[in-house]
Ligand binder design. Structure first.
Ligand SMILES: [Fe+2]
Ligand SMILES: [Fe+2]
Length: 443
């Protein structure tokens, strides 16, 4: 079984507006592309349709915000792809406008009177594209449907809609967990492997500080339950961050989470997963070239879009407190109050990042642990723009750390030493430990 797994396409119908000031503000504050989604998806589906994959799996957030217009176009695109490959889809909160704030853009104005699809209609809308009936199906008391499929070659797929656990979070209400466990037990009995796909994270891939809020409720308990049930691999989306996380429970059972990055934001992730009865292998590719407004673009376009966004955030930090926090919140980062109070420091940091070379970081030497190694590393990088490294770390967040700086290299030394500063300034052992772990994962 060779599977292509993609997630978070967030398709935005251009009929909802793709120019004007209101649109520019919205698209300029999103890590993903917005007007480009249709063209990126078309090129990707074209490529997958004629590739040697056996099936395509889509892990939720198909549309920008559940707009009917976006769904109608998405259904058309998937229908076309399903002529050559079975397509297994789960939907998630962005497919039914969870925030009750659908938007269209006309000139300077945002229009909220936009038709959206009701969440109960979604399962039926996308089910026909698998080309087969599920082995089992469950609709929870909250009205969300999940299904179990025989993919072939001794592999089954649990396509789980985890939008609500009934306790205010994403996850599994009790009847859904029971159903998952019994599907896994059946697969074991029949000598088949079972993989799972859901939208929200089972485990925080990078750190609870970054991904904690993106996980399902009772995440540790659920992680153990799934590992013990015999789910070996789980595909998730939502964070827009490509990352693989392994976990082994006390009883030796283990589970691997493959967090698939967004298709329409850097790195334009396409996960190719090959699995048979005995082995499994993952390769991560980027979107193929696509044509947008008559011009051919590559995955580099998505990377540049992300970097441009980061630049805008830092320049806003230099210019204006309100704009800076507005841009952060547009990115989904809700800044705690302490951060707002620390704006003068943030402003200096933003200015430093945008206008200085690494050499300027010499002033932090008194605060680091290994002063000599730090000074030497800063000296070696003295003439290089600071933004280059900040940008590399930002991109690594989304692409699963494609740019690796070897331990002992000057950038690695500088970043890991800087990450120790909060701990040395006494922010608390747990927080300091997490900051160091994040730095290790992103450099
Ligand atoms: Fe998403
Ligand atoms: Fe999501």
């Amino acid at each position: 079984m060779k599977l292509a797994v993609i997630a978070d396409m967030h398709h935005f119908s251009r009929t909802l507006g793709d120019s004007g000031r209101a649109f520019e503000l919205r698209s300029g504050s999103d890590q993903k592309c917005l007007a480009e989604t249709g063209d990126i998806i078309d090129a990707t589906f074209d490529m997958l349709g004629s590739s040697d994959v056996d099936a395509v799996l889509i892990a939720g957030d198909l549309t920008n915000d559940g707009e009917t217009a976006s769904h109608e176009e998405m259904v058309e695109k998937i229908a076309l792809l399903s002529k050559s490959k079975p397509v297994y889809v789960i939907t998630s909160t962005h497919d039914w406008c969870n925030d009750a704030n659908p938007r269209a853009y006309r000139g300077d104005s945002i229009i909220h009177d936009v038709p959206t699809v009701d969440r109960t209609a979604l399962y039926g809308m996308y089910k026909p594209f698998t080309g087969k009936e599920p082995l089992s199906e469950i609709t929870t008391s909250l009205g969300f449907t999940s299904a179990l499929y025989e993919l072939g070659d001794g592999v089954r797929l649990l396509a789980v809609c985890d939008d609500k656990n009934g306790e205010g979070k994403a996850g599994y209400p009790p009847e859904l967990l029971e159903w998952i466990q019994s599907c896994a037990a059946d697969a074991k009995r029949d000598g088949e492997r079972i993989i799972m796909m859901q939208h929200h994270l089972l485990m925080p891939g990078i750190s609870p500080l970054i991904n904690g809020g993106q996980c399902i409720g009772d995440r540790e308990q659920m992680r153990d339950a799934l590992a013990r049930a015999g789910i070996e691999y789980i595909f998730v989306g939502h964070s827009h961050m490509q990352r693989v996380t392994n976990y082994t429970a006390d009883d030796g059972s283990s589970i691997t989470q493959i967090n698939v990055g967004s298709l329409t934001g850097h790195p334009g992730a396409i996960n190719i997963f090959t699995i048979d009865r005995y082995s499994a292998e993952l390769e991560v590719h980027s979107v193929p070239d696509f044509t947008f407004n008559g011009k051919t673009r590559s995955a580099l376009y998505l990377k540049e879009h992300s970097l441009a966004l980061l630049e805008k955030v830092f320049w806003a930090g230099v210019r204006d407190k309100k704009e800076f926090f507005d841009r952060l919140s547009a990115l989904g980062i809700r800044a705690p109050e302490q951060l707002e109070k620390a704006y003068p420091v943030i402003r200096r940091a933003c200015s430093l990042i945008m206008t200085s070379n690494v050499g300027r970081l010499r002033f932090l030497q008194p605060f680091v642990q290994d002063k000599e190694a730090y000074a030497q590393a800063v000296y070696q990088l003295a003439g290089e723009p600071l933004f280059y490294y900040v940008g590399a770390i930002f991109l690594n967040l989304f692409d699963g750390t494609r740019t690796v700086f070897e331990p002992g290299s000057p950038p690695h030394t500088v970043v890991t030493q800087l990450a120790k500063i909060p701990g040395r300034l006494g922010v608390g052992a747990e927080l300091a430990g997490e900051i160091e772990k994040i730095a290790e994962k992103l450099i």
